[in-house]
Design a binder for this molecule. Structure first.
Ligand code: BGC
Length: 430
């Protein structure tokens, strides 16, 4: 088949994955409404979870333990806060939650809470100082309903994790119990914090204009500083649980992916824009086009037949198009290679545009006229590494906010989960 033969396939791909400014504005408006009702406990999809944390002063000092549990890896750290926004990482140990070579997987429903936290404690044991007690902040990157900084109940797992015995329980108590069992009684867990919040805390430690934090990685989420949280006399960081937003402009492949996922109907925005899912959207799309005979090749390559066989790193490699990074089977006809790359690019750009629409809603809530500068602090591999991602976000913000977009500065805030957890522990102590 020549390139003209593939023309209808390209047109239909574009139609499926291109979102207009009109659609994004619609989404931003619906997102704003959901934020408002979420703050009053009646949202369909945005939980708007209070963090019991407010902005740091920048003067926080002391040595704290930090635990980062995000769903892919777990990391224990010892962090010294110097004040004036400065910090030093004194020690750190990290391990993946799944390691086929070492024959373990702490992510499935076959893992119990005590097994998981015993594993976490082996890492903490390696970084904790030999003498004295130490306060710990715990970045736990899942939706938790909090009633205090140290009382956070897991609402449900996301990112396809399924460890048993944690949903509905206070994660801080579970960690405390495991620390006692492991003899680590000198560690005092004082704060459970979402990763979007720790990212924002870290940025606000050095710059008080940082008032939105976001994660564009395996999962997706956004938090912000809410000036008037019902029942609170001071501004509070709110974990929007943005990835659960449901009024999304989804296509049939998003619906297919959702139907086959662990929790159909939930995490609809996350399933369209986060690293856990982009490769699978691409795989489902390309498989469908191949099966309908719309591509040049008769058969879809065997290595891509399995669900989740294609990862976001594979898409990044496709987009980089460097010979070393090429993941495409050499037998593919040239038009198919172009089709696969175009699909990757459209899916990545769509993700960035959806994220920009959600941020637009948050910005319009906290500063409708955009009359002052805002820093959006972002962590996550998509924003940091995916070719074209950060640029597509900036372009979409300009499209949505016009000239006022110059008030917004998007800033990569790496490793917030460690420093932010230490800052949260510091607020928990005071
Ligand atoms: C979780 C959020 C988290 C985000 C980024 C989502 O799956 O629900 O709580 O902030 O992933 O890690």
């Amino acid at each position: 088949m020549n390139s003209l033969g593939l023309f209808p396939a390209f047109v239909s791909l574009q139609t499926l994955f291109t979102l207009t400014a009109y659609q994004l504005n619609d989404m931003a408006a619906a997102f704003s409404q959901e934020m408002e009702s979420g703050l009053h406990g009646s949202s369909q999809s945005l939980a708007m979870l209070p963090s019991y944390l407010t902005c740091p002063t920048g003067r926080e000092q002391g040595i704290y333990a930090a635990l980062d549990f995000g769903g892919t890896n777990v990391r224990a750290m010892l962090i010294k806060l110097h004040g004036q926004g400065r910090f030093t990482v004194l020690a750190q140990r990290a391990a993946p939650l799944t390691d086929r070579l070492a024959c373990y997987d702490y992510t499935t429903s076959r893992t119990t809470v005590s097994e998981l936290f015993a594993f976490v404690c082996t890492l903490l044991a390696e970084i904790v100082p030999v003498h004295g007690t130490i306060t710990l902040g715990h970045t736990f990157s899942f939706p938790c309903r909090q009633t205090a900084l140290n009382d956070a109940r897991l609402l449900h797992w996301t990112k396809e994790l399924a460890v048993s015995g944690i949903v509905g329980h206070n994660v801080n108590d579970l960690l405390q119990k495991a620390l006692t069992t492991s003899g680590l009684t000198r560690i005092r867990p004082a704060a459970i914090v979402n990763d979007a919040v720790t990212t924002l805390l870290t940025a606000a430690y050095t710059d008080s204009t940082a008032d939105i934090g976001s994660i564009c990685g395996t999962g997706h989420n956004t938090c912000y500083l809410e000036p008037h949280f019902p029942g609170s006399s001071r501004p509070m960081y709110i974990n929007i649980e943005a990835g659960n937003f449901s009024a999304v402009p989804a296509n049939r492949f998003d619906d297919l992916l959702d139907a086959a996922s662990d929790r159909p109907g939930s995490g609809r925005l996350e399933k369209m824009c986060s690293g856990r899912y982009l490769g699978e959207i691409w795989r489902l799309t390309c498989l469908d086009f191949a099966q309908k005979g719309l591509l040049g090749a008769k058969q879809f390559p065997q290595q891509w037949q399995t669900p989740y066989a294609v990862t976001t790193q594979d898409l990044a490699a496709l987009l980089e198009a460097s010979p070393a990074a090429l993941v495409l089977p050499p037998t593919l006809v040239q038009q198919d290679q172009l089709f696969f790359r175009t699909a990757a690019s459209l899916i990545v750009v769509r993700s960035a545009r959806l994220v920009a629409a959600a941020w637009t809603a948050v910005l319009r809530r906290i500063d409708p006229e955009l009359s002052r500068p805002h820093i959006i602090a972002i962590d996550g591999s998509l924003y940091e590494k995916l070719p074209g991602y950060a640029a597509a976000i900036t372009a979409s913000l300009s499209e949505l906010l016009g000239k006022k977009a110059s008030q917004i500065s998007c800033r990569l805030a790496k490793d917030g989960s460690g420093v932010g957890a230490a800052l949260a522990a510091c607020q928990g102590e005071n």
